[in-house]
Write a protein that binds this ligand. Structure first.
Ligand code: ZN
Ligand code: ZN
Length: 275
């Protein structure tokens, strides 16, 4: 399995995940032309997409997704709550149940509900054989469900939205400061570090520092918060800071042969084929 971010931040988010059989795009917070250009820069034609998954209706995640789905006839998976914000009907829409895993080719998609100020937000853990990639942005607080879902990931895109002091002293109006820093807003560097301390195991190969605010954070501050956790952990992941302008290069994810025995048995979970 390989993956790449096409960009991450408040001006647009999109991630590609590709396995032997399947290529999915998670979120498309860029307009159609911009999305096409960013796909092309990764060597991908939109017709190649097996599916688009949308986490929630905020513009930095949804913007170009319905247009891309309609133009290239790509199935678009989202919760019914998210779908209420489509500007017009999307024939390719496939509703997902946030409590139910589903399969897309050789990928299994695990939806994860998160506390965020959207109608029915869902983040995702992508399973491919023994490999797991967790995509986790746009949440205001850490829940037991989130810790449980992301604990055994081989790679995590983790939101490090803001530095608490920079947000307090920054340019946002008071109402927006309360929203961003609130329980239903975005993760601060400190919260991200706290979550990392609870989910980082020796399986973790890649840590992607995601959704960094350009007004209320600096990559160096986020990195130093995360480094203090990693110093005292069992893992030594490759760290990539995702940029708004260009995301990340393609990154490869291989099963970690040393720690496969740690994978919990999940055979008791039913998987519904939805496509
Ligand atoms: Zn966002
Ligand atoms: Zn959001």
């Amino acid at each position: 399995m390989r993956f790449t971010s096409l960009g991450s931040g408040s001006k647009g988010n999109a991630t590609l995940v590709q396995s032997q059989e399947t290529l999915i795009m998670i979120d498309c917070g860029f307009g159609l032309k911009e999305a096409e250009a960013r796909l092309k820069a990764r060597g991908i034609r939109p017709e190649q997409l097996s599916a688009i998954l949308v986490t929630h209706e905020h513009g930095d995640h949804l913007k170009g997704a319905p247009m891309l789905a309609r133009r290239y006839e790509v199935p678009l998976y989202a919760t019914p709550g998210t779908a209420r914000s489509f500007d017009r009907p999307v024939p390719q829409f496939r509703p997902i149940n946030v409590h139910q895993r589903f399969s897309l080719g050789d990928l299994t998609i695990q939806p994860v509900t998160v506390p965020h100020d959207a109608r029915e937000p869902s983040q995702f853990v992508i399973h491919c054989g023994p490999c797991r990639l967790g995509v986790l942005t746009d949440l205001g607080s850490i829940t037991p469900l989130v810790i449980d879902a992301y604990r055994h990931c081989d790679a995590v895109l983790l939101e490090c939205n803001h530095d608490v002091q920079m947000l307090a002293e920054g340019p946002y109006p008071p109402s927006l400061k309360r929203r961003v820093g609130g329980q239903w807003g975005h993760l601060s560097n400190e919260q991200a570090a706290q979550l990392l301390s609870q989910i980082a195991t020796e399986r973790l190969q890649h840590l992607l520092v995601s959704h960094i605010s350009d007004k209320n954070n600096h990559p160096e501050i986020a990195l130093s918060a995360l480094a203090s956790v990693l110093e005292h952990s069992d893992c030594d992941p490759e760290i990539t800071v995702l940029s708004q302008e260009d995301g990340s290069p393609w990154l490869q994810l291989q099963p970690n042969a040393l720690v496969q025995s740690d994978i919990p048995d999940e055979s008791h979970y039913p998987v519904i084929e939805v496509r």
